[in-house]
Design a binder for this molecule. Structure first.
Ligand SMILES: Cc1cc2nc3c(=O)[nH]c(=O)nc-3n(C[C@H](O)[C@H](O)[C@H](O)COP(=O)(O)OP(=O)(O)OC[C@H]3O[C@@H](n4cnc5c(N)ncnc54)[C@H](O)[C@@H]3O)c2cc1C
Length: 413
């Protein structure tokens, strides 16, 4: 960008990315008296493919900051048990009802509603500014330290100088790359096809997953339509497309026959989006003046629907560890290292579990041509011993090293 055309402003913390991690961190820092600018490259949050699950860990965070009741007043569904249809057997995998959380259930809500809700909270906080349609182009460096961000809007470019820049710009992060920080790809053998099918009043109500030989279909009930996620082996879309959309429709209806009439609305591959799945992790999440959190630091697979919740846990930990230092202008790299120390282990453990499920469960299911004679032992045990269902509920619903809000509201002018 031409430096002569660049206007600069200054803030305590500039966050690139208005996803779960960036918006929650922005809100918590502004609430704690830190001047924050959040940059979101899109004009709104109305994007389809960001996941719909808000887990008990996030409900606990919302309760800590007094937002839980208002959040639960939004239209949503409450899931107390995770169930699936595995080769025609109805299987319960997780039971959330015994979790030590103020609300022991999982909420299903379109992510744009969740993000709109979080973005609306800081409206009365003068230290918070959300800039939509503002794309972070790259970091500004002086003497080896990150001191700001170059930003592009439709009205032109400008620079924001900040004591701390946060890269919360997701798995295709621009800021991490521009700062020269490395990330390790841990591999994912799956991709997801994402499409809608109208929902009839006579359809079952429950959100759920269907496992069949060679196929896994997850269907989210969004009232008047099903949001469908069809899992495929990575790189296999071309072969599927070569068979034609009618063959794909037939496969989907073979799994969920009640879709037969409504699935006719899938008339071309334009109705089906490919969501590429990746799992990656940065060896080092920070350098002087810059910290990466959420998917920018550790891209999560959709397995377990935990990525949004982990991103929020990163935001809570970062606010807990950085707010005072930012407000009092005494931040140093050791504070950023403390955030990585706190959150790297939960990210590693969760990714390891996702990789195990991808390799040991999903890949064999997708490679299968016939239903096995019997359910796997782990699923049989979960059916025979309901107490065991509390373990997956704990891992998915709360995770390891859960965070609680420790920042206090700072008197606002
Ligand atoms: C197919 C699929 C399904 C998933 N389903 C679920 C699920 O059901 N539940 C769940 O918990 N997790 C799910 N996940 C994982 C989840 O989407 C992520 O882990 C989570 O969204 C990470 O949050 P984040 O805030 O770090 O990043 P993101 O949600 O990716 O947010 C990043 C934000 O930054 C913005 N941005 C990007 N670049 C720039 C830039 N240069 N300047 C300004 N803004 C920028 C983006 O527009 C976006 O709003 C799924 C993932 C995939 C791939």
């Amino acid at each position: 960008m031409d430096a002569a055309n660049v206007k600069a402003e200054h803030t305590d913390c500039c966050i690139a990315g208005g996803g779960p991690a960036g918006l929650m961190l922005g809100y918590l820092l502004a609430r704690a008296g830190v001047n924050v600018i959040v940059l979101e490259k899109h004009l709104d949050f109305l994007r389809d493919f960001r996941g719909d699950t808000i887990h008990p860990s996030t409900l606990t965070v919302l309760d800590d900051i007094g937002l839980l009741e208002a959040f639960l007043a939004l239209p949503h569904q409450e899931v107390r048990e995770l169930t699936g249809d595995v080769y025609g057997h109805s299987v319960t995998i997780a039971d959330f009802t015994h979790l030590p959380a103020p609300r022991p259930f999982m909420v299903l809500i379109p992510q744009w509603d969740f993000l709109d809700f979080i973005a609306a909270q800081p409206r009365r906080l003068p230290k918070f500014s959300l800039r939509v349609g503002a794309k972070a182009l790259g970091v500004i460096e002086v003497d080896g330290a990150v001191v700001g961000v170059n930003v592009q809007t439709t009205e032109g470019g400008f620079a924001i100088h900040a004591d701390l820049v946060i890269a919360a710009d997701g798995r295709h992060t621009t800021l991490r790359e521009s700062a020269g920080l490395a990330s390790q790809d841990l591999g994912a053998p799956i991709d997801v096809l994402w499409f809608r099918i109208p929902r009839a009043a006579s359809d079952p109500a429950q959100t759920g997953g269907y496992i069949r030989p060679g196929a896994l279909l997850v269907m989210l009930n969004r009232d008047d339509y099903w949001q469908c996620a069809f899992v495929i082996p990575k790189g296999s879309l071309d072969a599927l497309q070569a068979q034609g959309i009618a063959a794909f429709r037939e496969r989907v209806c073979g799994i969920a026959p009640f879709l037969a009439a409504a699935a006719q609305t899938l008339t071309s591959w334009d109705d089906v989006k490919l969501l590429s799945v990746q799992i990656s992790r940065m060896p080092r999440w920070y350098r002087e003046g810059l910290l990466c959190i959420g998917d920018a630091a550790h891209a999560m697979s959709p397995v377990g629907g935990v990525g949004i919740n982990l991103a929020i846990q990163d935001a809570v930990a970062a606010a807990n560890l950085l707010a005072d230092a930012l407000r009092e202008k005494r931040l140093h790299s050791g504070d950023l290292a403390a955030v990585q120390r706190r959150r790297e282990w939960p990210a590693r453990v969760t990714q390891r579990a996702q990789i195990a499920v991808q390799n040991e469960v999903l890949a064999p299911v997708l490679a299968g041509t016939a239903a096995p004679a019997d359910l796997p032992l782990s699923l049989k045990l979960l059916q025979r011993l309901p107490l065991l269902r509390r373990l997956p509920a704990r891992l998915v619903g709360i995770g390891v090293r859960p965070e609680r809000i420790r920042t206090l509201p700072f008197p606002q002018p």
